[in-house]
Design a protein around this ligand. Structure first.
Ligand code: GGG
Length: 365
């Protein structure tokens, strides 16, 4: 193979705070093993943005960083948050700047139970918890339209507007339809909203039914978010693809993480199809266990698989997903939280070895 024929990707890396650097290290270890096996190359571009950087310099992430990101194929992000910095500051400066600045309008969050022992729901098997949430990622109450009046006074007023644009709703619904078709499972798309109480949300139902005529093979249902919470616990098997608003998607996917085995298992992609996109575990920086080699790197490793899928390296992505599934099912990875008894770096070693087919030679700690 000539150098020109070789696929070479530029991947940005933002480890962030707390357990972020530890879990990202393992994601990169698995990336390296997968690249060697699949025959693609990559260049890593490291960024220091974090609360630690903020405490040192007074800035979390410069706006100009967006220009650097546009030259990349994808970004792997760990986590931000530090007890010394007010909550919301690093999230807005890094995560929201990336999502809004790069117009990453899809937040893709698979909810997949790998083994029944990880599920807190009685009698549920992997076939019952296997769906994906498509969360709109650039609108809703996250646009910071609103404000505060008489802050801190008895007559204080706080306003946060929920913004839904026709273009924003339609593009994410179309993405969800395409995904439902390509998954080839039940071809069922569920819209989650609260249009009975919040009248403006009926834009979601109207756009869903208009766009549905372009996808006659996809069956659709629309349910309210309160019912969605109930069904996710009582009968998660009804879901195939879920499309929802930014705020509801944020909340629902933490519930999704819980039913698939915990926050250490939940990966996500912040995606603009065909453009630089960002992949991250949905968990935060967990400062209480940071630096102790205790955190589960599995969510970050699965986010790395999503990143490869986005780059078109679907075989490499599938290898990682298979390696994780097998290691969880046969107990080499006993759980997906900090109580697994298996150090973070050993878990990365196990998955990296499994990706290249050496899993049977790896010994338990
Ligand atoms: N990877 C997602 C992420 O870092 N989210 C930020 C967050 O949840 N911060 C609060 C925290 O770390 O507790």
């Amino acid at each position: 193979m000539t150098e020109q024929e070789r696929r070479i990707y530029r991947i940005g890396v933002i480890p962030g705070d707390g357990i972020g650097p530890e879990v990202v290290r393992e994601g990169l270890k698995v990336l390296q093993a997968t690249a060697a096996h699949e025959g693609f190359g990559y260049e890593l571009v490291h960024f220091p943005w974090s609360c630690a950087y903020y405490l040192e310099t007074g800035e979390v992430m410069p706006q100009e960083a967006l220009e650097d990101y546009r030259k990349l194929d994808a970004i792997l992000f760990g986590a931000v948050g530090d007890p010394r910095v007010k909550g919301g500051v690093p999230e807005r400066a890094i995560i929201f700047t990336l999502r809004f600045g790069l117009d990453l309008y899809v937040n893709l969050r698979p909810v997949v139970l790998l083994d029944s022992r990880l599920c807190p729901l009685k009698g549920k098997e992997p076939r019952d918890v296997d769906f994906v949430v498509v969360r709109e990622n650039t609108e809703d109450a996250y646009t910071a339209i609103g404000g505060q009046l008489r802050r801190g006074q008895p007559g204080e007023v706080a306003i946060a507007e929920m913004i839904f644009t026709r273009q924003g709703v339609e593009r994410v619904i179309r993405y969800a339809f395409e995904l439902t078709q390509s998954r080839g499972k039940r071809k069922h798309l569920t819209l989650v909203d609260k249009s009975n109480a919040i009248g403006a949300m009926d834009i979601w139902r109207r756009v869903l039914s208009e766009v549905a005529s372009d996808y006659p093979d996809v069956e659709t249902t629309a349910i309210y978010v309160d019912a969605a919470c109930l069904y996710m616990v009582e009968r998660p098997e009804i879901f195939d693809v879920v499309v929802t608003t930014n705020l509801f998607g944020d909340i629902l996917t933490d519930l999704g993480a819980a039913i698939q085995g915990g926050m250490g298992s939940a990966a996500s992609g912040n995606i603009h199809p065909g453009q630089t996109s960002m992949f991250e575990p949905i968990h935060g920086s967990a400062p209480d266990i940071a630096g102790q080699n205790l955190a589960s790197p599995i969510a970050t490793i699965l986010a790395t698989a999503m990143l490869l899928d986005h780059l078109g390296e679907s075989e490499g992505a599938a290898r990682i997903n298979r390696a994780v599934r097998e290691a969880v099912v046969d107990g080499r990875i006993p759980s997906l939280d900090a109580r697994s008894g298996l150090p973070t770096d050993r878990q990365g070693d196990i998955i990296a070895a499994a990706v290249v087919g050496q899993e049977r030679t790896m010994s338990r700690r």
